[in-house]
Design a protein around this ligand. Structure first.
Ligand SMILES: CCCCC/C=C\C/C=C\C/C=C\C/C=C\C/C=C\CCC(=O)SCCNC(=O)CCNC(=O)[C@H](O)C(C)(C)COP(=O)(O)OP(=O)(O)OC[C@H]1O[C@@H](n2cnc3c(N)ncnc32)[C@H](O)[C@@H]1OP(=O)(O)O
Ligand SMILES: Cc1cc2nc3c(=O)[nH]c(=O)nc-3n(C[C@H](O)[C@H](O)[C@H](O)COP(=O)(O)OP(=O)(O)OC[C@H]3O[C@@H](n4cnc5c(N)ncnc54)[C@H](O)[C@@H]3O)c2cc1C
Length: 631
């Protein structure tokens, strides 16, 4: 059957709610979401097997983005689709993949890594997988409460299988973390298998349609062949065959960090669409007292809040794609046995995942604030987008922890520079900084990019010097590192910002040669706005580490304000160009037709508190008190 994904999915009635999701109980929310998740999964399977074919060109992105509207929250199968399958595809041997990656598989899986006691420091994970050569099995075990798995999405009620991260023991020797496939529920009855204690962890700030769960193993046995064996093997006699790089087991985290950058770009585009469209509809107070009230989008301070969100969405889309291509390249190299580029990819993914999630949540919140009181309504959808986005600051590698990973990479190159050893081309600016080869400040995108590099160099130097000073004072390296960690994270943050500015500007300039002149102008305005915004935000750092002057900063401020005015006439067009359907946006404030107040009233009428003219609590609780007082 040939289908157009949008129309096909939009026409499946069971996927769309009559009662808004917020009025459901915790249990009803899950049950409603799981009903929809399996309809979506069926469509995805049909697409995969070719039983239905797509006539539009953007799938599976299309299916992925439509699901935001379907769930108004998160698909409880997100980890099944996004992490379970992808980890098997990346880390299982060819034979394992042939067995497990069947489109009609009975397995509904999840990715089970974090424990009650350990999330960030995964070497501290306590779940064990002990090889029993007499039976050719691994014994999965949870030795204590802190070793209980805690958090995995879909684990609570949905999954019947999972990929478990556990410490591998063979003949009493610990070989570190490895990934194992374990069935946890009966495929037919869905009851937990013997030796499995599993359940759901309770309500959260967001993600409430996903049944995040806990899991404990009581000497649960799985076949030896259930360890993911593409990069590492345990042979029948218990021989351990080491991987070519000891962090290949962490590959799924790397891939998800890369994928998340594009997902966050999409969340930003939703928030920007809602806030910009609303700001074009909403009128509040005149600018000149003798004039009619103005669209709030005409207030320059409102433009300052919103245009950076539009620009940031483009930045993360462009940089997300850039990272995706790098990931593809590095993975191909790894297949050939070349691990050389892995450390760089890891360092980039860590800081970009950290900064993209932090930026996205801050900007979504800024969009909510820009919608005044109405932005606080769930029906605006901004609170849900915020709850979804801010979770990304923590999951898949906590913000600070990831920045500290990138800092290790920066410090290595600074050490080379300080010791006057050869540096790769992309860190040549460290040497320039040491030799005080400072460029004269230029108030241009290229000048700002150079300025940001000077900040990276200056902050890395400061962190490195502190580290050395701590070492000279007799501290051990890890302690000295901890003492310098505020400065180290600052250096990583600056590095991420400099990458974002450089990649975005260069890619935009290139793209501009391929599109119409009028489009090129707008794209370059957005890119320039992004660079100016951050130069002004970081002007203190620029004053410290580059050759910028007070006059230059004043000129940047004027150009920034000029850009706001230039972008204003295109603002609504720019968010319309994100092309997000009303059914996906799910917002009273952001719908294409601009019927904001009508939609707000329609949504209010769905409140169960409006079902009765007089709520029965009046008779039970209010009247006895108020009438008694009157007597
Ligand atoms: C309908 C259609 C649907 C389609 C859906 C498709 C896509 C969806 C799109 C987007 C979203 C996708 C999915 C996600 C959505 C939601 C996700 C929801 C939940 C998230 C799930 C999780 O959170 S899973 C758990 C994640 N946990 C973490 O990230 C833990 C963080 N901690 C760590 O990574 C590590 O502990 C560490 C890196 C901080 C330290 O590790 P450790 O072993 O202690 O390291 P050291 O011994 O100190 O060595 C450091 C050394 O190793 C190098 N290194 C570290 N990691 C890596 C790596 N990954 N790769 C390569 N190298 C690595 C590091 O550079 C150091 O090297 P040097 O010593 O040379 O400096
Ligand atoms: C919505 C959501 C979904 C999730 N889904 C999954 C899933 O599907 N599967 C799964 O396995 N996990 C999942 N997780 C767990 C998630 O990956 C972890 O919560 C995350 O990695 C952070 O670890 P933590 O909770 O241990 O935080 P902690 O590490 O305890 O962080 C607490 C604080 O300590 C600081 N800190 C910790 N270590 C250091 C350090 N070395 N240096 C400096 N500061 C430090 C952090 O910066 C932070 O401020 C999910 C979490 C959430 C919120």
């Amino acid at each position: 059957m040939m289908i157009h994904t949008n129309n096909y999915i939009l026409n499946i009635k069971e996927l769309w709610d009559d009662v808004p999701e917020e009025y459901l109980s915790h249990k009803e929310r899950y049950e409603n979401a799981i009903k929809k998740a399996f309809i979506v999964l069926k469509v995805l399977r049909q697409l995969h097997t070719g039983n239905i074919q797509i006539t539009d060109h953007r799938t599976p992105t299309n299916v992925y983005s439509i699901q935001d509207g379907i769930f108004r929250n998160v698909n409880p199968l997100l980890i099944h689709i996004g992490l379970f399958w992808s980890t098997i595809a990346a880390q299982a041997s060819t034979e394992q993949q042939a067995e497990w990656l069947q489109p009609d598989s009975s397995m509904i899986g999840t990715y089970v890594q974090t424990e009650l006691g350990h999330g960030s420091f995964i070497r501290g994970i306590e779940t064990t997988a002990t090889y029993d050569s007499t039976t050719d099995e691994f014994i999965l075990h949870t030795p204590r409460l802190s070793a209980y798995k805690w958090w995995p999405g879909g684990l609570g009620n949905t999954a019947n299988a999972c990929l478990v991260m556990a410490q591998l023991y063979i003949n009493g020797t610990c070989h570190g973390l490895h990934i194992f496939l374990a069935q946890i529920r009966d495929f037919d009855t869905h009851k937990p298998l013997p030796g499995i204690k599993v359940g759901e962890i309770g309500p959260k700030m967001g993600f409430n349609t996903a049944d995040n769960g806990f899991l404990g193993f009581d000497n649960h046995r799985i076949p030896r062949t259930n360890m993911l064996m593409k990069n590492v093997q345990v042979l029948r006699d218990g021989t351990y065959v080491k991987p070519k790089h000891d962090k290949l087991t962490y590959g799924s985290m790397l891939l998800t960090r890369v994928t998340l950058i594009s997902d966050l770009a999409y969340q930003l585009s939703k928030a920007a669409t809602i806030a910009v469209r609303y700001s074009a509809v909403r009128r509040q107070s005149p600018i000149k007292s003798n004039e009619p009230e103005r669209q709030i989008l005409d207030f320059v301070s409102q433009q300052h809040k919103l245009f950076i969100t539009i620009a940031s969405s483009h930045v993360y889309r462009v940089v997300g794609l850039w990272m995706w291509n790098s990931h593809k390249r590095v993975t191909a190299d790894i297949h050939e046995g070349n691990m050389g580029q892995l450390p760089e990819l890891h360092a980039l993914a860590c800081c970009l995942k950290a900064i993209s999630s932090r930026d996205a949540s801050a900007l979504v919140e800024q969009c909510r604030l820009a919608c005044g009181g109405h932005g606080y309504m769930m029906a605006s959808n901004l609170p849900q987008i915020y709850a979804y986005t801010t979770a990304a600051v923590t999951y898949e590698g906590e913000y600070t922890v990831l920045l500290l990973q990138t800092a290790r990479y920066l410090v290595k190159f600074w050490r080379l520079a300080a010791e006057h050893k050869p540096l790769p081309q992309n860190f040549a600016y460290f040497e320039d900084y040491i030799k005080k080869n400072f460029e004269q400040w230029r108030n241009s995108p290229e000048g700002i990019i150079e300025g940001f590099k000077a900040i990276v160099a200056g902050k890395t130097k400061a962190a490195y010097d502190t580290l050395q000073c701590n070492l000279r004072n007799g501290r051990e390296f890890e302690e000295a590192w901890n003492m310098a960690s505020v400065q180290l994270t600052n250096a990583s943050e600056a590095y991420a910002r400099s990458l974002l500015c450089e990649v975005f500007w260069k890619e935009t300039v290139q793209l501009s040669t391929k599109v119409s002149k009028s489009l090129a102008i707008v794209l370059e305005q957005l890119a320039e706005l992004y660079l100016m915004y951050w130069a002004l935000e970081k002007h203190g750092d620029l004053l410290l580490y580059s050759t910028i002057s007070r006059n230059d900063i004043e000129a940047l401020q004027s150009r920034y304000e000029e850009l706001l005015a230039l972008i204003r006439p295109n603002a609504v067009g720019l968010v319309d160009a994100f092309d997000i359907r009303d059914e996906v946006l799910c917002s009273t404030l952001g719908a294409y037709d601009g019927r904001v107040y009508e939609r707000m009233m329609e949504e209010a009428s769905k409140s169960p508190l409006n079902e009765d003219v007089v709520n029965e609590s009046f008779h039970k609780y209010i009247r006895p008190v108020t009438m008694k007082n009157k007597l």
